[in-house]
Design a protein around this ligand. Structure first.
Ligand SMILES: Cc1cc2nc3c(=O)[nH]c(=O)nc-3n(C[C@H](O)[C@H](O)[C@H](O)COP(=O)(O)O)c2cc1C
Length: 444
């Protein structure tokens, strides 16, 4: 196989408190201050110093689906809303892409078209939208529903939602606005289009009260892993987040998504697949191990088991913590939790013959590995060059140290190997990712 060359795509997934559930308790952690914009700002600037493509902000529309008794022993219950946060980050950064999360199940297309379009204008074209369909009843309870709608219904709504949003973003043709002070003509009336959409889920007249975003459409990001999710990703996704427990599985997912894109009539290069990795790096492997063990020591059995129970939708209390993980049957898809995460955890436990404690204490991300910077770079290179992914989404385990360590220790090695850019080549996120501006549907 010829190994490919050129830089990979790099995204930092910042979660307040860090991705590791124990990390907020580290002595140097700023993660305990969940509402601090200053923390986000410093981390985003660090990512920009490293020339990352993207800062990614996840979100959910509930506190966190954990009984309050256990939730109160974590840093998971509170966070800033990501569209708002992205607006503030856009003002203090200049080149890095910013991806915010918004749910198609619990919003209206006209609202999100305006909000995300505004962010694209404000940031000069650096925005991506992580399109999620949400997946727990707790989130439904905040929007007048007793249950989260079944996955096929959520994805059907998501498709129509996205079609409407894109239609709204096309309201003004690219050359519609002339601002001719002499003639008094602000825009060409015939280049401003209503939408007149009437579908199963939405009735939207349009036009959108906003000029077309600088990127045409902000970059569509997504992490579908189910059958419906992969089909949705193939049709719409441009930057995809994936979770796979091994190189082979990652390659299978990569092929599946690229095929779904081709089946939808798209060029496979229009879809960039990022592998989720939780790096814990040090100058040496011992230093990385020590950091990881320190975080693990800040977990406890009850909270860890409860995290796992909620994820799998089953009671695990009958299983002894020190015995190997038995065959566990997952409830059907109606439970709604991300199937890829569930399967990732169980497959990994079986492959590695983990005990129940090791399984539940592992609920701190995907592909966590304490590694020396050099060994981490080797592994990224292997995944990228053998086409298990087009880049990486780094789920930062502990903040802010996890960001600065990565930028200071790993990025220089990656740069020397040509795996991360020396500087930004484009002004917009699309330009940096090598994605074209989608054509306005009304363009002649
Ligand atoms: C890296 C990554 C980040 C994600 N971030 C969010 C998020 O912020 N909010 C959310 O509701 N879902 C998030 N998800 C879940 C996905 O949106 C999706 O529901 C999940 O991958 C399962 O796919 P499925 O819905 O096709 O089963 C994320 C998934 C991954 C892999």
């Amino acid at each position: 196989m010829t190994r490919r060359e050129g830089p990979a795509v790099w995204a930092a997934f910042l979660w307040p408190g860090g991705h590791h559930h124990g990390a907020w308790r580290l002595p140097g952690s700023t993660g305990a201050d969940l509402m601090s914009f200053e923390n986000y700002k410093q981390m985003a600037l660090d990512c920009e110093r490293g020339k990352f493509d993207v800062v990614f902000l996840g979100d959910r529309l509930d506190a966190w689906p954990l009984p309050t008794e256990y939730l109160a022993r974590t840093a998971r219950a509170a966070r800033l809303e990501t569209l708002t946060l992205t607006g503030a980050l856009a003002a203090v950064t200049s080149r890095i892409g910013l991806v915010a999360t918004a749910s198609t199940t619990f919003s209206e297309p006209f609202n999100l078209a305006r909000q995300i379009g505004s962010l694209d204008h404000i940031s000069g074209g650096r925005i991506g939208w992580n399109v999620v369909t949400s997946y727990t009843d707790d989130q439904a309870h905040n929007y007048g529903l007793d249950h989260i709608p079944p996955r096929p219904d959520r994805y059907a709504r998501a498709q129509e939602f996205l079609d409407v949003v894109k239609g709204l973003w096309d309201s003004f043709e690219d050359d519609a606005v002339i601002r001719d002070k002499d003639s008094g003509q602000f825009f060409h009336a015939e280049k401003f289009h209503p939408l007149d959409h009437q579908g199963r889920h939405f009735k939207v007249a349009g036009p959108l009260n906003m000029e077309r975003p600088p990127q045409g459409y902000p970059v569509i990001c997504q992490a579908g892993a189910s059958k419906e999710g992969i089909a949705f990703a193939g049709r719409n996704g441009e930057l995809l987040f994936s979770v796979n427990s091994s190189l082979d599985r990652a390659r299978d997912y990569y092929q599946a998504v690229k095929k779904a894109a081709a089946d939808a009539g798209r060029h496979p290069d229009e879809v960039k697949v990022l592998a989720s990795i939780n790096p814990v790096v040090g100058r040496t492997e011992e230093e990385a191990e020590e950091k990881y063990e320190q975080m693990q020591s800040l977990l406890d059995d009850d909270v860890s088991r409860t995290f796992a129970e909620v994820y799998f939708g089953i009671d695990l209390s009958a299983y002894p913590m020190d015995e190997p993980v038995p065959e566990i049957e997952l409830p059907d898809a109606a439970h709604g939790m991300p199937r890829a995460h569930q399967e990732y955890m169980l497959t990994r436990a079986r492959d590695r013959k983990l005990t129940m404690r090791e399984l539940v204490y592992g609920f701190n991300g995907t592909n966590i590995y304490p590694k020396s910077a050099e060994a981490a770079a080797d592994e990224f290179q292997e995944w990228y060059e053998t086409e298990a992914c087009d880049g990486f989404i780094l789920q930062i385990s502990h903040v802010p140290e996890g960001v600065t360590d990565f930028v200071d220790l790993v990025v220089p090695i990656l740069r020397e190997r040509g795996l991360i850019r020396a500087d930004y080549t484009g002004r917009t996120l699309r330009e940096n990712l090598g994605l074209a501006i989608p054509r306005n549907r009304h363009a002649a």
